[in-house]
Design a protein around this ligand. Structure first.
Ligand SMILES: Cc1ncc(COP(=O)(O)O)c(C=O)c1O
Length: 371
């Protein structure tokens, strides 16, 4: 079924950028510049400048970026790493792939980001890092976190996969910690045509280690200094990101505008709890990777919206610590468990028309008015 309001619309974004993208792809194919070439370097300089950090490194995905960041920060077997359960599973998987132990804590009810008050309850002498996840386009509360990091001397690896361009107290998320990681999965605010990711840091040692890890530990063919990965961002994807990056500010502003319209249209609906409205707290500049509601009768609402041509997503229907295959059942995290039952993501991308946004609002309102 073709939705009136699809959840993502990759072809439409491509149509808007067609001539630039086509020219870029043709240039790359004709030149044969495919692996670790100039476009990757150009991307890294431009991306570091956008974030206001010293170094950025193009990597193969957001998940690989997390693994490489943790390893570059020296995290390994037996170490404990604190993160949240209410995140994409990759934030937790990366810890396990490093041989470390994930220690999961809950998120806050109001904005679904890490509850900083829970950290000291679980910190031990084995805690070596914390992964705050800037979720749905909103920064974590970084003041408290950075104080804790200093007090206990732990690394902070910011999972910024969903929040490129967001700020906390006017400073880019991803510029606070030891390192930060990004995903350019197509649905992301800045997405490529396949998988891609990045790491950013102000620490030269972390940068150098990560650079080795992304390319099999090779300084040269005769100088392999550690075991690494095929962790590189393709030159083709870097060139595409270089085209797209200049549109980032206007895409983010359009997302924020749509968030305001959703807020205006749905604020009165008492059965839903909306995310914080843009500018409702001057410390946060949210970029709305996702527009996520807490909704009563969530599953019925989802069904009704789909029936009426509005494609929605239930991103986290089972809390990660309650997933069967992950061995994390020993955690008890009431907020994350409740969110798994209550949250629903409405369509959110810059190409949505005003009519489509109104259509979503109208359908949510009608559902609750008639149920
Ligand atoms: C919060 C978070 N962390 C990590 C990732 C992993 O990124 P990737 O899919 O590029 O590996 C994602 C991707 O959706 C994410 O949302």
């Amino acid at each position: 079924m073709a939705y009136k309001v699809p959840f993502v619309n990759y072809p439409l974004q491509y149509q808007n950028l067609k001539s630039e993208i086509d020219r870029t792809v043709k240039k790359i194919f004709e030149s044969g510049n495919l692996i670790l070439r100039q476009d990757v370097e150009d991307f890294e300089h431009a991306f570091a400048a956008v974030l206001g950090v010293k170094y950025a490194l193009g990597l193969s995905s957001g998940t690989d970026a997390l693994i490489i960041a943790l390893k570059a920060a020296g995290i390994g077997a037996g170490d404990e790493v604190i993160t949240v359960s209410h995140t994409f599973v990759a934030s937790i998987a990366a810890i396990v792939h490093c041989g470390a132990v994930p220690v999961l804590i809950d998120v806050k009810e109001d904005d679904f980001t890490m509850d900083m008050e829970k950290i000291e309850e679980v910190i031990t002498s084995k805690t070596k890092a914390i992964i705050p996840v800037h979720y749905n386009g909103r920064s974590c509360e970084m003041d408290t976190l950075m104080k804790i990091a200093e007090k206990y001397n732990v690394a902070i690896i910011e999972d910024t996969a969903q929040s490129v361009g967001a700020t906390f107290k006017k400073r880019s998320v991803g510029s606070f910690g030891t390192a930060s990681t990004y995903s350019f999965y197509p649905a992301k605010i800045l997405g490529c045509y396949g998988d891609g990711g990045a790491l950013a840091t102000n620490d030269r040692t972390i940068y150098e280690k990560a650079k080795l890890l992304r390319n099999h530990g090779q300084r040269s063919k005769t100088d392999i200094v550690c075991y690494g990965f095929t962790g590189r961002l393709d030159n083709l994807q870097a060139a595409i990101l270089n085209v797209k990056m200049k549109y980032l500010p206007q895409w983010i502003e359009r997302r924020r505008e749509i968030a305001r319209v959703y807020d205006d249209g749905l604020r009165e609906v008492k059965e839903v709890r909306l995310p914080p409205r843009p500018d409702s707290d001057e410390r946060y500049y949210d970029v709305f990777q996702n527009y996520v509601l807490k909704a009563q009768k969530r599953d019925e609402l989802a069904h009704c919206l789909k029936e009426n041509g509005v494609e929605i997503l239930i991103k986290d229907p089972v809390a990660n610590h309650q997933q069967k295959g992950l061995g994390l059942h020993h955690f008890c995290l009431p907020v994350s468990e409740r969110l798994a039952r209550e949250v629903i993501s409405l369509p959110m991308y810059p190409e949505l028309t005003d009519e489509q946004v109104d259509c979503v609002i109208c359908n949510v309102r009608t559902f609750y008015a008639s149920s």
